[in-house]
Design a protein around this ligand. Structure first.
Ligand SMILES: [Zn+2]
Length: 120
């Protein structure tokens, strides 16, 4: 699955340096499952990434918490699972309608500003 996604991205000029994934279940009590910051810190150490200038875009509250726990910035998107968890969002979290809007928030070109209306 990852290989297929990487091939499609590469054909469109986007190169992903590395893919991290947690193979565990939440009950396993591992150190790498989101929202624990393990993989962000691992990538930051390996590639010299400044997490304070980095973003995590995700469709689950754990993705935004993952960012916060590592000192990065999180953006919640309403696509994918995003619509199911709107009641769990914190008021200060940026919310984007889709991936493009998340990019616009990062680039400072968002017209809908950082917060969009949400339920819950
Ligand atoms: Zn894990």
């Amino acid at each position: 699955m990852n290989r297929r996604v990487l091939e499609i991205l590469e054909r469109n000029g986007i190169r992903i340096t590395e893919v991290y994934y947690c193979p565990h279940n939440r009950e396993d009590g591992c150190e790498c499952i989101k929202p624990k910051p393990y993989f962000l810190r691992e990538a930051a150490g390996r590639y010299g990434i400044d997490l304070s200038r980095s973003y995590v875009i995700g469709d689950h509250p754990h993705d935004v918490e993952f960012a916060e726990n590592a000192g990065a910035k999180g953006i919640y998107v309403l696509t994918g699972h995003g619509g199911k968890h709107t009641a769990e969002l914190k008021a200060e979290w940026p919310v984007a309608g889709n991936l493009l809007e998340a990019v616009e928030i990062i680039c400072g070109t968002s017209e809908s500003a950082v917060s969009t209306p949400r339920e819950g």
